[in-house]
Design a protein around this ligand. Structure first.
Ligand code: AMP
Length: 119
C-alpha cells in the first residue's frame, strides 16, 4: 500500500518545497536536504510507487524509460558524468529506506570511497 502522506508525495503535490534540479511528466529531481556527499540529489518518479521493485513491477514502459532518462538528465545537470558518481536505491526495511516513495540517490562531486553509510 502506497502512503499518500510520505514527504516525497507532499513535494510532488507542492505542499512542501524542494531545491528542484529538473522535472518532466515522468520524474522530479531535487537536492537532498541532508547531503552525504558534495553532490547529493534524489530522483523520484511522478507516479506512486513505494520502492524500486514496486516501480519495476507496475510502471508502464513509458514511465520506466521516462524515469531513467530523468536520472540521466539530472546527472548531466549536476555535471558529474565525467568524474563519476554512485546511484543508490535503499529499499524496504533491511535496505533502511526511510521515505516510502521510490527514489534514486545520486552521490558524487568527490571520491566516494569504497562505500557510503547512509545514516
Ligand atoms: P532513504 O533512506 O533512501 O529513504 O533516504 C531518504 C532521503 O530523503 C534522505 O537522504 C533524506 O535526507 C532525504 N530527505 C528527507 N526529506 C527531504 C526533503 N524534504 N527534501 C529533500 N530531501 C529529503
Amino acid at each position: 500500500m502506497y502512503d499518500q502522506n510520505n514527504i516525497f508525495a507532499k513535494i510532488l503535490r507542492s505542499e512542501i518545497p524542494c531545491k528542484k534540479i529538473a522535472e518532466d511528466q515522468y520524474f522530479l529531481s531535487f537536492h537532498d536536504i541532508a547531503p552525504k556527499a558534495a553532490v547529493h540529489a534524489l530522483v523520484i518518479p511522478t507516479g506512486h510507487y513505494k520502492n524500486v521493485h514496486d516501480f519495476t513491477t507496475r510502471a508502464s514502459t513509458d514511465e520506466l524509460v521516462g524515469f531513467w532518462k530523468g536520472v540521466n538528465t539530472t546527472i548531466d545537470a549536476l555535471n558529474v558524468a565525467q568524474n563519476g558518481y554512485r546511484l543508490i536505491a535503499n529499499t524496504g526495511t533491511d535496505g533502511r529506506q526511510d521515505v516510502p516513495h521510490f527514489h534514486i540517490h545520486i552521490l558524487g562531486g568527490q571520491d566516494l570511497g569504497p562505500k557510503i553509510v547512509m545514516s
